[in-house]
Write a protein that binds this ligand. Sequence first.
Ligand SMILES: [Zn+2]
Ligand SMILES: [Zn+2]
Length: 125
Amino acid sequence: MAHECPDCTFVANEGSIFTGWGSKKIGKNPELVGCFTMPNWVGHSNFYIFSCSLCGNNSVDYPHGYTSDGIRNGLLYLSCQNCNAIKPLYGKDVYRASGMPAPPSFWEVLKQTLAMRKKLKGSEV
Ligand SMILES: [Zn+2]
Ligand SMILES: [Zn+2]
């Protein structure tokens, strides 16, 4: 049975989402196209259009999890339909919309590192 809810739009495939967006000028950050479901899907997902930094083509995809690539570990990502390059997602709204915890920001990581260092110093006394 097809997924039906008032929040999403049913499309036949990713190509139909892309129609009308292919030639749109996309900035550095992925743009939300909308919420869609497809044949054989049990739920729905937000789709984003983005400009691939490797091949330069526009592509449409939904967030996948997770990257396992050194410092970019544990991020949601979009993948280019053209060359399969990965576009990590940093926008907190993307994570909120997917119900995922956002990755720590640069400052949060820094704060954690400092707190840990303080702790280490304390235990030396
Ligand atoms: Zn839905
Ligand atoms: Zn590409």
